[in-house]
Design a protein around this ligand. Structure first.
Ligand SMILES: Nc1nc2c(ncn2[C@@H]2O[C@H](COP(=O)(O)OP(=O)(O)OP(=O)(O)O)[C@@H](O)[C@H]2O)c(=O)[nH]1
Length: 189
């Protein structure tokens, strides 16, 4: 069962003011933590980012791709689709690049929930769905394609057409995403 890890790093980071993928926690870029959480569990890690991010960071055994041109920068759904288009697999484990407390045990727990009867495995933390820290079956590629073709870029609209298995996760910190400098100084220091 081939599994690809997708790290989404093609966002604008407007609220943060500089690329979140390159922000540091304990001397390592945020992107590093998402890649390392996936690496032991997947067959290949694919980072979907703009080329200037790749130029500023060294990561071993990672495949870098850009968003497909017609949906460049249109949001996470476009990034997931771009990775699926480049790499065939049964399952895709998706992580954003702005959750620097993520760790391998969360990804392992998610992968253990992979179930062919569902299109997506989405954790719930504190009653909130986490669709950017989730697993998608390859069959959703055509559903995403349809959304993108219709100019529908919202993750939740796409998910409403999927069979989703929700799993409750207790630990909150690994899912904490940093969007602003205030959050950065509060949680990272
Ligand atoms: N490949 C790709 N990733 C994206 C895109 N938009 C957002 N992401 C990633 O998805 C995750 C969540 O992004 P957001 O925080 O919602 O958006 P952002 O653009 O990074 O930040 P803001 O500009 O402040 O909204 C981050 O890891 C982003 O890098 C996109 O168009 N393509």
């Amino acid at each position: 069962m081939k599994t690809i890890g997708i790290v989404l790093a093609g966002g604008q980071s407007k609220r943060f003011g500089e690329p979140k993928a390159l922000a540091l926690r304990r001397g390592k870029p945020f992107l590093f933590y998402s890649v390392e959480a996936l690496r032991p569990i997947v067959d290949q890690v694919v980072v979907v980012a703009q080329p200037h991010i790749q130029k500023q960071i060294q990561l071993k055994d990672v495949q870098w791709i850009e968003d497909v041109s017609q949906h460049k920068g249109k949001g996470p759904l476009a990034g997931i689709y771009s990775a699926m288009k480049h790499h065939g697999a049964t399952w895709y484990i998706v992580l954003p690049c702005d959750i620097p407390f993520i760790h391998e045990t969360i990804v392992t727990a998610l992968k253990q929930q992979a179930d062919d009867a569902f299109d997506a495995i989405v954790p719930y933390v504190n009653r909130r769905p986490q669709p950017l820290v989730a697993i998608y079956h390859h069959r959703v590629k055509s559903l995403i394609y349809d959304c993108l073709q219709q100019g529908e870029y919202r993750m939740y609209t796409f998910l409403s057409s999927c069979r989703v298995k929700h799993i409750e996760m207790k630990e909150e910190q690994p899912f904490m995403n940093i969007n602003t400098k205030e959050q950065y100084y509060k949680w990272i220091g």
